[in-house]
Design a protein around this ligand. Structure first.
Ligand SMILES: NC(=O)C1=CN([C@@H]2O[C@H](COP(=O)(O)OP(=O)(O)OC[C@H]3O[C@@H](n4cnc5c(N)ncnc54)[C@H](O)[C@@H]3O)[C@@H](O)[C@H]2O)C=CC1
Ligand SMILES: O=C(O)C1=N[C@H](C(=O)O)C[C@H](O)C1
Length: 261
């Protein structure tokens, strides 16, 4: 039995994760962390407490794993606290700075505590990123279009940032487009990650979607993934909870723990 705490149980992802953990016989939900005091019926009727601070929660319950699905600033504090207490972490929250990721990595390593941060838990999205990395070896001219629901806070998405990072590991630095390109309206060409442009679309009706477009002489290649609902992320979270019990140290991205070749 793995004792789990979920941070963000009222959220779109957190509420789905609560259902997944309650349905999994090998998982035991021992508590939650959220900033608001309101009761959550599914938790209240099972006597599962919701704490307003991570400190209070980790003092009151014995947790093996923290699943964090909140916002970057809160999540960062949760992770520092959890790792110092040697509680393993599975993190879906996006928007961390490089400095924050570096700090979390060194804390996980110093405390010998497993920590998996995955900007995307959907297996199809991991494959989309991996295939994009493969394609980038042959097609260095790339644009990323990510589309999300209009309640998303961070832009570009964590998935887009990670995709660009994976591509950068195999693609030589390149500024794309015309050298004298002019943005008539500021932002028209999107964000620039080492010459790869990232465009963020936010609309009601969308969930989580990304297309990576590769351009070559006389040809285009598109690699696309769509999450139609948040259940699409749950298998990846379940897999990560089981994985994190058997690792020490830091993993950034599910592509590093899945068998892809
Ligand atoms: N890795 C993945 O596969 C996925 C990651 N995400 C990421 O997960 C995070 C959550 O996304 P959603 O569920 O859509 O957001 P949401 O806004 O629906 O939920 C956020 C939750 O965090 C809580 N929260 C906010 N501030 C807090 C604080 N200071 N202390 C404690 N709790 C706090 C809210 O009360 C709420 O329960 C985002 O960073 C999003 O980018 C979302 C979908 C998939
Ligand atoms: O906020 C979301 O919804 C999502 N966030 C993650 C991201 O930023 O990439 C994962 C997925 O795209 C959904």
């Amino acid at each position: 039995m793995i004792n789990i705490v979920i941070a963000g149980p009222r959220g779109r992802m957190g509420s789905e994760a609560v259902n997944m953990v309650l349905d999994e016989p090998a998982f035991n939900l021992v508590g939650c962390i959220d900033r608001k005091e309101h009761q959550i019926p599914a938790l209240a009727e099972r006597g599962i407490p919701v704490y307003q601070s991570a400190e209070e929660c980790f003092y009151a319950v014995q947790a093996d794993v923290l699943i964090d699905l909140t916002v970057q600033e809160a999540s960062y504090q949760h992770l520092l606290m959890a790792l110092r207490k040697k509680i393993r972490c599975v993190v879906g929250t996006t928007g961390f700075t490089d400095e924050q990721l570096e700090k979390i990595k060194s804390l996980a390593e110093d405390t010998n505590t497993g920590c998996i941060i995955a900007p995307n838990f959907a297996i199809g999205a991991i494959l989309m990123m991996y295939f994009s990395k493969v394609a980038a070896k042959y097609f260095p001219d790339i644009e990323i279009i990510e589309k999300h629901h209009d309640q998303k806070i961070d832009a570009p998405s964590g998935t887009a940032v990670k995709t660009a990072e994976m591509i950068r590991s195999v693609r030589e630095s390149k500024q794309q487009g015309h050298p004298n390109e002019v943005e008539v309206l500021e932002g028209a060409r999107g964000a620039d990650s080492d010459g790869i442009h990232i465009h963020s679309v936010r609309l009601p009706g969308l969930v989580a979607h990304q297309e990576v477009i590769f351009g070559g002489e006389g040809q285009l290649l598109s690699i696309k993934h769509d999450s139609m609902n948040r259940k699409s992320f749950m298998d990846g979270i379940k897999f990560s909870v089981n994985q994190v019990m058997n690792i020490s140290g830091f993993v950034y991205g599910l592509e590093n723990v899945l068998e892809l070749e």
